[in-house]
Design a binder for this molecule. Structure first.
Ligand code: BGC
Length: 401
């Protein structure tokens, strides 16, 4: 019997960058369900935080004719890969399951860049999340700061008492994640888009961009010293252990804290990054299916169908820290952080802002060029704000539009 089942099992290799406890648990929910369909999910993990390494490995495996069946591929890259004809079209699954009606329009547009659905959406993360340690906040009688003035008061009070206010790391994607939330806080969704989606050189020269840069570097004094390139998991650990009071990070950190036994609103809570409560700076996780023949195709379509089903969406996202990609999800599974995320995202495109660091705003080359400049500015106090602005504006002329 067992031999019979195995003989018909279809193995799919999935290339991704999920390595933390909560990320692995979320995958296990999906792979466990797939096992019931005789589909074996084989992890090909490329640890790399926000997935920079995973993208490189995926490209080289493709060039070597050794593509996996499935890959985690987010944002603008979906359309680039679809244009090259590398992705399976999932029209059948999408129309049978009525994805167009079921999914948020933003998600639906993202996954069908050329009129055919070519990616399977898993969940929506909110990037502009400020986590705080509740014990520390209670001890110092402070509340989540709603704006930067309040933030300064809280941070100074904590620092005077010898507590590190912010558990940030100097890893470039983590700093970029922080910067984009600051840019949004110092401007608005239109301005943010003008800079990071349109790459309009005027936006980089604007006073609002300058203010964001100044604030970015000024937060360094509230971060651990020396500032190391610790992983986001280690940053979350600092917050959990009370070694730092706050952390700006996508809400996958919430999932990780939960997985360590810290319940939301008990050990920690989340708020919006100061001045960004009306926005949802988003990062949507998606899987793409690569062309690997008919047998693989059947399994890939089954996976697509199961991943987007309302039951799987509720279960998976509860563990992953994201919210379902569905317009009308099962709200009973959302904690207070997810409720807030869902409410703002549901307001529609005016409130939704695409993450630069997590590939929603622009192509990989533009993102890397902009992030490199941001890091250069952050790391070297001698680089003037205006100098960084001029360099970014100059670079923006050379980037793909
Ligand atoms: C992904 C998340 C992941 C996080 C940290 C983000 O780019 O979208 O799913 O948890 O990186 O690895």
């Amino acid at each position: 019997m067992l031999f019979f089942a195995n003989a018909h099992a279809q193995t799919v290799q999935v290339l991704h960058w999920w390595t933390s406890t909560s990320e692995e648990k979320a995958i296990a929910v999906l792979s466990g369900r797939l096992a019931q369909e005789n589909i074996v999910w084989k992890n090909a993990v490329i640890p790399s935080g926000s997935g920079i390494g995973a993208g490189i490995v995926l490209k080289s495996r493709l060039l070597a004719g050794d593509a996996p069946e499935i890959a985690q591929l987010n944002g603008v890259m979906i359309s680039e890969w679809a244009e090259l004809g590398l992705l399976q079209e999932l029209d059948g699954v999408a129309s049978n399951a009525k994805w167009e009606k079921l999914l948020y329009p933003t998600v639906w547009h993202l996954i069908q860049p050329n009129g055919h659905p070519v990616a399977v959406p898993l969940g929506i993360h909110r990037i502009n999340t400020l986590f705080f340690n509740r014990k520390i906040f209670a001890r110092f009688n402070v509340a989540a700061p709603a704006n930067w003035d309040e933030f300064e008061l809280v941070a100074q009070k904590l620092q005077r008492a010898g507590i590190t206010p912010l558990a940030q790391s100097s890893e470039s994607w983590q700093l970029a994640t922080l910067f984009e939330t600051i840019l949004l806080s110092e401007s608005d969704a239109n301005f943010y888009r003008d800079a990071f989606v349109n790459k309009n050189s005027q936006a980089f020269l604007d006073a609002r961009f300058g203010r964001a840069l100044s604030r970015f570097r000024s937060l360094k004094k509230y971060m651990p010293s020396p500032l190391n390139e610790r992983s986001w998991i280690a940053s979350a650990r600092m917050l959990a252990d009370g070694d730092a009071a706050m952390l700006v990070m996508g809400d996958w950190a919430k999932a990780e804290l939960n997985s360590w036994g810290l319940a939301t609103d008990v050990g920690f809570s989340c708020a919006a990054v100061p001045n960004t409560a009306n926005y949802h700076l988003y990062d949507i996780d998606t899987l793409v299916m690569l062309n690997k023949g008919a047998a693989a195709r059947m399994a890939q379509e089954k996976i697509a169908q199961i991943a987007v089903s309302p039951v799987m969406q509720a279960e998976y996202n509860q563990i992953k820290g994201s919210i379902p990609v569905l317009r009308n999800p099962d709200l009973s599974k959302l904690d207070s952080c997810a409720q807030a995320s869902w409410k703002i995202f549901s307001r529609g495109t005016a409130a939704q802002v695409p993450s630069l660091a997590h590939r929603m705003a622009t192509d990989e080359i533009s993102k890397e060029a902009i992030v490199a400049e941001l890091i250069r500015f952050f790391s070297n106090d001698n680089v003037a704000v205006s100098d960084a602005q001029r360099r970014l504006a100059a670079i923006s002329h050379t980037l793909p539009k």
